[in-house]
Write a protein that binds this ligand. Structure first.
Ligand code: C5P
Length: 398
């Protein structure tokens, strides 16, 4: 279930070319279960009409401070009163300037001034406007007032320029908004993790690998970043988008993964091994494709480093979390593995329950015993794991 389910969002749309992205954003917010009320400025209405937003949100669109539709004629107060947040996307340089100085000469600015709910802006402007002194100063002012700023991103701009100032894509705004509502239980923590399979090359076209979609690891990386952590995700070869805010380091083989983990470890508070690391690799790599013959053949294998056990055994070990996918005897095998690798926390699941799919049912093992989490989508399971991890970290610190 999305963090946005059942939330009421007032979406302000100001006059920038990126207003077209706001239409898609309304659709995505609705899909995530949010109730959206659009406030369109005069400038915004020059780019996308109220009819579009009305059709997409299923709610009346507001533009006029003097709109007689609101029962007590207090649209500027009533709209924001029971909202979970006001999000202005796109927010033009002009809008940000007016916000910074407390102007209240149209419905949206009035609504922003007369509110006690969080205010978020997603700036959208040309590179020069973004870099201009007044914009810099105005942004510092609104940040100082507690306004959250999403983006902007860099890239091609409608004016032909390339650079900072582009509004985030609708999906990125949605992702950031969802993260906004997640409690920041891992704020100030650095998390290093592994995910996906490893690939141990035999020759240029063949190798040994494990079945791992990477979905659980990527969901966990996303949950950690949304909980406020800095996240380095050392990942085997998977076809998944990198969660917003996560630093991904590609590492195909177990040895490459180990090196990348060791490089990322300084300053880490937590290490989570989610990757399905191949236990063995070929003793040697054939530089050229091995030719077929009628002879039986065997490939000598040597053990791979156990990355998690190695990290957990360090004198300066961060808090280590392991994963165990078992095909039977989950409780026994998982607890034995946790003790052998000296892990404070291990997440166990039966391969039949989670592999490759979008749902998982896991059991957390720690010194206190076993804690089953309800079967759910991997995003929800990941949030459950983060909550447990954050509570353990807080208890250690305290
Ligand atoms: O021993 P097993 O492979 O079942 O242990 C699983 C846990 O150990 C996972 O957290 C996995 O990421 C980690 N692991 C590792 N390096 C290995 C093997 C497993 O980090 N070579």
């Amino acid at each position: 279930m999305s963090e946005l389910q059942g939330r009421k969002i007032v979406l302000g749309v100001t006059g920038g070319i990126a207003a077209y992205k706001a239409a898609e954003l309304v659709r995505l917010l609705g899909k995530a279960g949010a109730e959206v009320h659009v406030v369109l400025t005069e400038g915004g209405a020059r780019f996308v009409t109220a009819v579009t937003f009305q059709a997409l949100s299923g709610n009346p669109v507001w533009s006029d401070l003097w709109d007689p539709r609101m029962a007590n004629n207090m649209a500027h107060i009533d709209l924001g009163r029971d909202a979970d947040a006001i999000l202005v996307a796109p927010a033009t340089a002009d809008f940000i300037a007016r916000l910074a100085h407390g102007l209240a000469d149209d419905l949206l600015t009035t609504l922003c001034l007369a509110r006690d709910v969080p205010l978020i802006v997603a700036p959208a402007m040309n590179r020069q406007m973004w870099e201009a002194g007044p914009t810099r100063r105005n942004l510092a002012l609104i940040r100082g007032d507690g306004v959250t700023v999403f983006g902007p991103g860099a890239g091609d701009q409608a004016c032909g320029e390339v650079g900072m100032g582009r509004m985030l894509e609708a999906e990125e705004v949605l992702e950031s908004l969802e993260g906004f509502f997640v409690p920041k239980s891992l704020a100030g923590r650095k998390v290093v993790m592994t995910a996906g399979p490893t690939f141990e090359a035999i020759d240029p076209v063949r190798g040994i690998t494990n079945i791992s979609s990477g979905k659980m690891g990527y969901a966990l990386a996303r949950a950690c970043v949304q909980a406020g952590a800095e996240v380095v995700l050392v990942s085997g070869d998977v076809a998944l988008p990198v969660p917003l805010g996560v630093r991904r380091v590609a590492a195909a083989s177990a040895q490459a993964m180990r090196t990348a983990v060791v490089d990322a470890l300084p300053g880490a508070d937590v290490f989570i091994g989610v990757a399905a690391v191949a236990d063995y690799r070929p003793a040697s790599y054939a530089a050229h494709k091995i030719k077929k013959s009628d002879e039986e053949m065997s490939i000598p294998l040597v053990p791979n480093p156990d990355i998690l056990a190695e990290v957990a055994a360090r004198a300066d070990a961060p808090f280590c979390v392991g994963f165990a996918a078992e095909s039977r005897n989950l409780d026994d095998y998982a607890e034995t593995k946790r003790r052998r690798k000296k892990l404070p926390l291990l997440v166990g699941n039966l391969v039949s329950d989670g592999m490759g799919g979008d749902e998982n049912s896991v059991v957390l093992f720690d010194d206190e015993g076993r804690h089953p989490l309800p079967r759910a989508g991997k995003a929800v399971v990941a949030r459950g794991i983060v909550n447990h991890l954050a509570a353990m970290l807080a208890a250690r610190r305290g």
